[in-house]
Design a protein around this ligand. Sequence first.
Ligand SMILES: [Zn+2]
Length: 143
Amino acid sequence: MAFSLISTCTGCGAKNRVPAARLADTGRCGACKLPLPPATEPINVDAAAFDEIVGSAKVPVLVDFWAEWCGPCRMAAPEVHQLAQEVAGQALVLKVDTDAEQRLAARYQVQSIPYFVVFRHGQPAMQKAGVTGRAEMRRWLAA
Ligand SMILES: [Zn+2]
């Protein structure tokens, strides 16, 4: 099944399905026609959703590879969350649980986490391990 994100309209409360390729767009509520903002939070993805979103994105995509037991990942998480708000509409932020998605992590040689990969046009443009502030992440996305 194709990936879609449920976006709740702040005007009327209707739940709208936003397909992978439209996540960074300002849409329109199907019920009341008010604008629907682009994704403003990190999106948790499995391998199938990852491939669909990264493959169809017209904006840069930052992927945070993390795991529940990883202390540094928990330190990075608020930065990643804030980043997603700051770059809404200009970039997408995904999170991959490396315990659940080991093959996806292996595809990008993720050996220590947190591990960040920026994709442009479906291709990895940069990769970096370790806790990083969101100002630097914004530079990666703008570069
Ligand atoms: Zn609405």
